[in-house]
Design a protein around this ligand. Sequence first.
Ligand SMILES: [Zn+2]
Length: 318
Amino acid sequence: MSNPVLTVGSLFAAPGEKRYGVNEFPVQGRPYRLPMWLVNGRAEGPTLVVTAGVHAAEYASIAAALDLGRALDPATLRGRVIVVPVMNVPAFTARAIYVCPLDGKNLNRVFPGDAGGTASEQLAGWVFQHVIAQGQYYVDLHGGDLNEALVPFTIFFRAGNRQVDEVSLEMAKVFGIHYLVSSETPGSAFSAAARAGIPAILAEAGGQGIWTPEDIAAHTNGLGRLMRHLGMIGGAAPEPVPFTLLKQFLWLRSDHDGFWYPDVAVGAAVRAGQDLGHVKDEEGHVLQTAVSPADGRVLFIVSSLAMNRTDPLLAVGA
Ligand SMILES: [Zn+2]
């Protein structure tokens, strides 16, 4: 038995073939060009979808997806892999944080998309239908944005389908990052996939516009561990890694435009009621004190002095 031909839009790869190419489709009436690898293993196995660059300045995750696409070998692969290294191409070109410059929307809040919607909604709709929906397993790679520091963590979402939820948790454990977070980010690609019955995780490593070997390795090691676990590549089953499961992902946001002075470092253990930082005005008046809503761990923290109303300040995993 061999895998069927792998087809995404106008690109295809027969069993034993690897194709890099660009799919072109209309977004707001203009051609959108989305690069990707289609890798169809000589031997039969599951289909894994890997995306990065939903947030296009999260460079460690993008570098890891590029490394994966370049390295995959269809001669030794069991199963099929689709790799989209930079989904939000306009944001990558613009070095934009959070949102797509075409419509000012956060691409990871509009999945599974809408063919009749704004640019981000149309893009999400095409990718969900043509790429993510083909996966039996889905991994979306992220990290801190240009203005965010974070400790690596992996998010999964319990969508209420026990079989899917168990596999998502297993994928999160196998990926090998210490902190696991059980959370839904509404409109995110991974939670939309989980709702559609596709086990999925979102892995976070990297931040602040840099891509260190350690942060890239957090992603590439995780992908290698997962593919060994799924029997897609050779090598021993991955050793279990101790993990901490955080059941709440609590975001604190700014109520003001101003200047952000955090009082804690990323990764710090914090207590409920603890002062985590202040938003101040030019003269130093405190406009807002960020108070920890629970005992937990600071998972990410905005590292820019510039702060805008409704922007995140930090998040605590509890
Ligand atoms: Zn992200």
